[in-house]
Design a protein around this ligand. Sequence first.
Ligand SMILES: [Zn+2]
Ligand SMILES: [Zn+2]
Length: 107
Amino acid sequence: MEKQAITGFPLRPGDKTLVCRDCGATFVFTVGEQEFYREKGLLNDPQRCPSCRAARRRERSGLPPREMHQVICAQCGSIAVVPFLPRQDRPVYCSSCYDKARAGTSS
Ligand SMILES: [Zn+2]
Ligand SMILES: [Zn+2]
C-alpha cells in the first residue's frame, strides 16, 4: 500500500482534509490513518497536524527544549538553572542577583 500524505497529493476517496487547531495548517487525514485511529478506539479526528503533534509529544515527554545547567549563584549561594554552560573563570548569578548586578553597574 502506498503511503503519501503530502499536500498537493490528490486525495483518495475517504481521505479527509483537516485544519490544525494549533498552527492552522491544512493536513490530510488519510484513510489508512482513519483505520489506525479506529483500531485504537479513537473516535475523534486528530486536532493537530503531524508536526504540531510531534511537538506536543516532545513537550509531554518532559524533555527541556534546551540543555539546562545547574549552578550555584556567586552572590547569594542559591541554586540557579541557566541555559548555558557556565565558565569557570566567570561568576554565575541567579536571575534575581543577575538583575541586581546589572542594575547596579548600569548607572
Ligand atoms: Zn499544526
Ligand atoms: Zn543569587
